[in-house]
Design a protein around this ligand. Structure first.
Ligand SMILES: *Cc1c(COP(=O)(O)O)cnc(C)c1O
Length: 385
């Protein structure tokens, strides 16, 4: 019995292998912005360390100055509802609500916990969730775990969203519109002010925006696209992760007080998991304290992105990116894999993205830039394309 089940797993895996879709965990050593893999060094263009904070040795040294054997705690030992709610949580959450100018904030173990937990807590069967077709897997899982009805609107197609609202809004108590601000596959940005205006035409819409790829990177204070588009207060669930540009771990929500109080009672991925280690909270606080000082890096990242986009377009590729994430759309999956291998040989570590992550026929190389990459290297990269 047990054996036949294992056989079936093995069969499925070999099918994945045959179609070039079997995933393995790559092993490598990181050395600053480079990675060493199978004896070869290449420049890392697949990391989310957009501001190079995770590899910044000075920052790390400054942080270590603050640590002693008395305050370094590496485990929280229980859920926040029990004894895991260290005073550092209080500090980090008030720091977040001060920065964003919101009534309250709530921190989660990761962006994944956050998205998987918030939606089931706030959406019941009288709720309709309208999500952009391309939202992240964690949001899709959150939708699946909720008892709400849901529909997906075509990516960034707000006319389609309005059509769905006209058809369905009157039948539900509550509508939640779910989107990201920078999309991780095309690097395009959501028109948040448009969604805010749309929301205000109804009385029962809540807006949920995931800034995972934008926090740290966009806005003069680094708070994300909502800061840039001046609509932080208008977004009911403004969320992001500490795991990408902020170089730490955890998810955050800034919101009105009743939403926070409600989630503390209803959100299973907040209640039934061990709290973050205090040392991790200290590091997140340390990074947030310095967030506005990284404006030079944000500007450099913006310049780098613009330059690479111009060079990609000059090469004849279509590129709809409006951010530091730039897709090089090739189409065919095998050709994309070959291109990624070729680029690695030329010294750039990029990953091929294939269906089902992206629609059929749009396989691509996904380049994520950092602030630190030099202009010379960007030209060299473009020449290698
Ligand atoms: C990366 C990502 C997450 C997950 O965040 P983690 O903190 O890594 O769990 C959630 N949403 C989006 C849009 C992401 O890109």
């Amino acid at each position: 019995m047990e054996n036949s089940i294992l056989h079936r797993f093995a069969d499925e895996l070999s099918k994945l292998e045959q179609t070039g879709n079997c995933r393995k965990l790559p092993l490598f050593t990181q050395n600053g912005s480079s990675i060493l893999r199978e004896g070869k060094n290449s420049y890392n263009l697949s990391s989310n360390d957009y501001l190079n904070l995770a590899t910044d040795a000075t920052l790390r040294e400054d942080f270590l100055q603050l640590i002693s054997k008395d305050n370094a705690r590496f485990g929280a030992s229980s859920s926040r509802l029990l004894t895991g709610n260290h005073s550092l949580y209080e500090q980090l959450e008030s720091q977040l609500s001060r920065l964003f100018g919101t009534e309250s904030a709530l921190v989660f173990n990761s962006g994944y916990h956050m998205n998987v937990g918030i939606l089931p807590a706030i959406a019941d069967r009288h709720t309709l969730i309208l999500a952009d077709k391309w939202v992240h897997a964690s949001l899709i899982d959150g939708i699946r775990l909720s008892t709400a009805q849901h529909l997906r609107y075509r990516h960034a197609d707000y006319a389609h969203l309005e059509e769905l609202l006209l058809q369905h809004a009157h039948r539900f108590d509550r509508i939640v519109i779910v989107t990201e601000s920078i999309f991780s596959m095309d690097g395009d940005c959501t028109d948040l002010t448009y969604l805010v205006r749309l929301k205000h035409r109804y009385t029962n819409i809540l807006l949920y925006v995931d800034e995972a790829h934008a926090v740290g990177v966009r806005g003069t204070k680094g708070l994300g696209c909502a800061e840039e588009q001046d609509c932080i207060q208008e977004i009911d669930f403004l969320t992001g992760t500490f795991g990408k540009a902020l170089a730490s771990l955890g998810g955050y929500l800034v919101c009105r007080q009743p939403i926070r109080d409600y989630l503390i009672n209803k959100m299973r991925t907040l209640l039934f998991t061990t709290a973050l280690p205090p040392i991790n909270l200290m590091w997140s606080i340390f990074i947030l304290e310095r967030l506005d000082r990284f404006e030079d890096r944000r500007q450099q990242l913006g310049k780098n992105s613009l330059l690479l986009k111009q060079l990609i377009v000059a090469k004849g590729y279509a590129c709809c990116s409006e951010s530091h994430i730039l897709p090089l759309i090739i189409g065919d999956s095998n050709a994309t894999v070959r291109k990624a291998e070729e680029l690695e040989r030329k010294g750039f570590y990029v990953l091929p993205i294939r269906p089902p992550t992206v629609p059929d026929g749009t396989s691509r190389i996904r380049i994520s830039l950092t602030a630190e990459i030099t202009t010379a290297l960007i030209h060299q990269l473009a020449a290698s394309l």
